[in-house]
Ligand binder design. Structure first.
Ligand code: FES
Ligand code: FES
Length: 149
């Protein structure tokens, strides 16, 4: 299936199996910041933005991509340096495997609710699991990122 969409701000045109997962597609393009965890839509490790909404790329089928705007953690980090700086400043990671998904979730929240408070941040990040249980620093980082102008 021929697909035309935008990836990290750039137009992309390629052939892909419509039933293949977006996770495999972005990683095959060298965007390996998007991680696979559960592969069943539960952990949030594989989060990317599609049309400003966070999706689990392990479940998102490439056939739905045509005409979409996709952002991975690499593109978001380049476009919004403050996003990653907030995580670094607050030491909001331990092993780091969940961090790309957390960063993508933070970017999605800024688009949907730029003045979100701690409880809303906590609810919004509910689908992004951290096995190192570093949630407090992650919430601090996202809170700091949201209040930046
Ligand atoms: S790998 Fe996609 S939600 Fe866990
Ligand atoms: S930092 Fe290790 S799983 Fe979140």
């Amino acid at each position: 299936m021929r697909l035309r969409f935008r990836l990290n701000g750039e137009p992309v045109e390629l052939d892909a199996a419509p039933t293949g997962p977006l996770l495999e597609l972005v990683r095959s393009l060298g965007l390996t910041g998007t991680k696979e965890g559960c592969a069943v839509g539960v952990c949030g490790l594989c989060s990317v933005l599609v049309d400003d909404r966070p999706v689990s790329s392990c479940l998102y089928l490439c056939g739905f991509l045509d005409g979409s705007e996709v952002w991975t953690v690499e593109g978001l980090a380049a476009a919004e340096p403050r996003l990653v700086e907030a995580f670094v400043e607050h030491e909001a990671m331990q092993c780091g495997i969940c961090t790309p998904g957390q960063v993508v979730a933070a970017a999605a929240l800024r688009r949907a609710s730029p003045h979100a408070g701690r409880e809303e941040i906590r609810r919004h990040l509910g689908g992004n699991l951290c096995r190192c249980t570093g949630y407090e620093t992650i919430i601090e980082a996202v809170s700091s990122y949201l209040v930046e102008p």
